[in-house]
Design a protein around this ligand. Structure first.
Ligand code: AMP
Ligand code: MG
Length: 399
């Protein structure tokens, strides 16, 4: 059987080819940038005053001058004025261009102004103080946002500052989420004693919203023919298929055979992991469409969505892979089977800054209500049985 590592590798070699699209800044948040954004001017673009106060020449102050005649004011949004008299000063406001002929700013709090004369009240003045020099942060032409950036609100601000009213981002795939199973009924229905309400497809759809994807939900029965016709119709209209259920070894688990009949090539079926062992992955010709067959067990669905589906979609959109996160086990843990174990954990930062993972008790595959108390899974490698308190292990989550 395939290791978790190899399974992930295989998914990454069959990435969908998603085109670029231009979106407004309002729509850019949460999307993956497909172009570098460069500074169109120096940052800051002029010598910017950072304190309300007076501006003068430092030479005059160094020569002993403490009183300066006020020869006007420079406000934010005004073109740069000029101080013609080197023994005088100008009032300046935060955000204004530093007037030509001045090089130092003293804030109002340290100055007394009476009858047009400013008197500096402090002895300590550094040349160039309270000025943010032009180009100090970045020179014009510097790359401010790289291709592959997941746009957060601060990145939207940077895009706006360089005049990018629209940005090129990865187009979103069309995604179908499909529950299979005769035991499933709608959330608005009262289940008979032998039935359960859908939950997996709602979980997957909610997780995809973090990527900006709005997926459609579907339900197909455990009937070979109906399943085949239903999947065939959906295959004509979507790029990504996330199926829940029907991939195990049960007599009504028709998903793998049906997908093969429909021309979806299986790249793997079954991974050395718990939960989620029956995971199925395939693509259509040329990797034009991708299919994830997730085991129906709700905890498996959550784990496989975090570990496989979300990273796959992020990579297909071109997002630069985030740094892996590790946490230390807060108590020893034993897991004997030779499978990678995804242990539901609650995370918290210890006072010394360590990220600690507390195993949640009783978290079997079906016990998904327990997951509401979990922040993530801790990935325990297959070739190890006993895990010591303090051991650092990878964190798998929806982040
Ligand atoms: P299966 O993978 O089809 O063998 O299903 C495994 C278990 O997951 C069964 O107990 C199913 O009832 C349950 N299950 C399957 N699909 C869903 C779903 N969409 N929502 C909640 N539970 C499900
Ligand atoms: Mg089923």
């Amino acid at each position: 059987m395939l290791s978790v590592h190899d399974a992930l590798q295989i998914t990454q070699t069959h990435l969908l080819d998603l085109p670029d699209e231009m979106v407004s800044l309002e729509e850019a948040v949460g999307r993956v940038l497909r172009q570098p954004l460069t500074a169109d001017r120096d940052v800051p673009p002029f010598n910017r005053v950072t304190m309300d106060g007076i501006a003068f020449r430092y030479d005059a102050f160094a020569g002993g001058a403490r009183q300066f005649r006020v020869l006007g004011a420079q406000f934010a949004g005004q073109a740069a004025g000029t101080l013609t008299d080197p023994t005088a000063c100008m009032e300046v406001m935060t955000g204004a261009v530093l007037p030509l002929g001045t090089d130092t700013v003293v804030r109002y709090e340290d100055v007394q102004i009476e009858q047009g004369m400013a008197t500096i009240q402090v002895d300590e003045v550094q040349p160039g103080q309270n000025i943010h020099p032009q180009g100090n942060d970045r020179p014009a032409g510097d790359v401010l946002l790289r291709e592959g950036t997941l746009m957060r609100s601060v990145d939207v601000a940077v895009a706006a500052s360089v005049g990018a009213a629209k940005v090129s981002v990865a187009a979103l795939p069309r995604v179908a989420i499909i529950a299979t199973g005769d035991e499933l009924v709608g959330v608005d229905q009262t289940p008979a004693p032998h039935q359960i309400r859908h939950s997996n497809i709602y979980m997957i759809r909610a997780a995809l919203r973090a990527l900006g994807i709005r997926a459609m939900l579907h339900h197909l029965p455990d009937d070979r023919e109906v399943l085949k016709i239903g999947l065939q119709n959906l295959l004509e209209q979507n790029d990504v298929f996330i199926l829940s259920g029907g991939v195990s070894a049960g007599k009504a688990d028709f998903v793998p055979a049906t997908l093969t009949e429909l021309g979806v090539q299986c790249h793997f079926h079954k991974v050395e992991q718990r939960p989620g062992k029956p995971l199925w992955f395939g693509t259509t010709e040329g990797d034009r469409q991708v299919v994830f067959g997730l085991p129906g067990n709700p905890v498996s669905t959550v784990m496989c969505t975090y570990k496989y589906v979300l990273p796959y979609l992020r990579a297909a959109m071109g997002q630069t892979a985030p740094q892996p996160v590790y946490a230390q086990l807060a108590e020893p843990f034993v897991f004997r089977p030779a499978l990678t174990y995804f242990l539901p954990v609650r995370l918290h930062y210890a006072p010394d800054g360590r990220l600690l993972a507390h195993p949640l008790p009783g978290s079997g595959s079906g016990d998904f209500t327990n997951l509401t108390g979990a922040d993530a899974f801790l990935e325990l490698p297959a070739d190890q049985t006993a895990f010591a308190e303090g051991e650092a292990l990878p964190v798998v989550s929806a982040w």
